[in-house]
Design a protein around this ligand. Structure first.
Ligand SMILES: Nc1ncnc2c1ncn2[C@@H]1O[C@H](COP(=O)(O)OP(=O)(O)OP(=O)(O)O)[C@@H](O)[C@H]1O
Length: 288
């Protein structure tokens, strides 16, 4: 999937502002970003359900804006809160939609994959929010798509369901499917994805494997200690040297409250999207 200079405007405001991205076949790619960053807009353009105002897009080699039925059959979509018929049961809905696919996954297999065995006979209208989300995920992967778009797939799911969902995604990857998902859960992005793209104000601010995200920032450790009743803090690429110097000048040879920390994925993310984060300030509280 390739995006070149993708632009989407509402009025004179560009909510997607020149996005370039390439996602390889078989890759699991997570889009992260704050509310309103442009994730859903981007994913809907890629799904062919929203028009773009500029740029070039190829999904499975085809422009989604003019793609036909054959292309749609190769793509699975789990959008934000798509509503399924309320009066049918989980099993009935899945059986119904299996008729739309050439080689659908068996209903029982899908129900087990999303952990809805106990709710198979329950009407959709009686499902909880998280259970409904599980059903939507099942519907999205029912047709064995080559490419799956998942917009905040685990929102509303409990921790057990999230882990079940992660297994499902790993299974899809093992079968060679490409996955593009959006999430607000950093652990989920780190757990599942080959690469993460952080989007803010309609622009990709960084694309990297999760453990390499913000490499420059992660190089720096924060050394904290207490001195004269105040917490002191230094950010440094060489914490060993800082510690040696501190110990050399300490009268007692002790450094109360000493900690050495490196930024977490969350710290890196907050810094990339321009949100305040404790590691991004020096001892005077000034932004670095
Ligand atoms: N139909 C529309 N008309 C006008 N503005 C819109 C429309 N749809 C989305 N927007 C605006 O576009 C921006 C991007 O929205 P989008 O839904 O893509 O964000 P997002 O990154 O998916 O956010 P979230 O994490 O909250 O789902 C937002 O500021 C939103 O208000």
């Amino acid at each position: 999937m390739q995006l070149r200079g993708l632009v989407k405007r509402y009025g004179d405001r560009a909510v997607v502002d020149g996005l370039d991205l390439e996602v390889a076949r078989g890759e699991v790619f997570a889009l992260l970003g704050p509310n309103g960053a442009g994730k859903t807009t981007t994913i809907e353009i890629l799904e062919g359900v929203r028009k773009r105002d500029g740029g070039d897009v190829r999904v499975l080699g085809v422009d989604p804006a003019s793609a036909g039925r054959d292309w749609r059959a190769r793509v699975g979509v789990v959008s934000q809160g798509s509503g399924a018929a309320q009066e049918l049961s989980v099993r009935e809905i899945l059986d119904h939609f299996s008729g739309y696919h050439a080689t659908p996954r068996p209903t029982a297999e899908l129900i087990a994959a999303v952990g809805l065995e106990e709710k198979a006979g329950t009407r959709v209208g009686r499902l909880s929010g998280g259970q409904r989300r599980r059903l939507e995920v099942a519907l999205g992967v029912q047709g064995r798509p080559e490419l799956v778009f998942l917009d905040e797939p685990t929102t509303g799911m409990d921790p057990v369901a999230r882990r079940q969902f992660w297994e499902l995604i790993r299974g899809l990857r093992a079968e060679g499917a490409t996955v593009l998902l959006t999430t607000h859960y950093l652990d989920e992005a780190a757990e599942l994805s080959d690469r993460v793209g952080v989007i803010a104000d309609g622009r990709l601010v960084e694309v990297a494997p999760p453990d390499e995200l913000g490499a420059e920032l992660r190089r720096l450790a924060t050394v904290r200690w207490s001195e004269d009743g105040a917490v002191r803090e230094v950010r440094t690429a060489t914490p060993g040297v800082v510690l040696r110097d501190l110990l050399a000048t300490s009268v007692t040879g002790d450094l109360p409250g000493l900690t050495v920390t490196r930024p977490s994925l969350e710290d890196v993310y907050l810094s990339l999207v321009g949100a305040p984060s404790t590691v991004c300030t020096d001892s005077e509280g000034d932004p670095r």
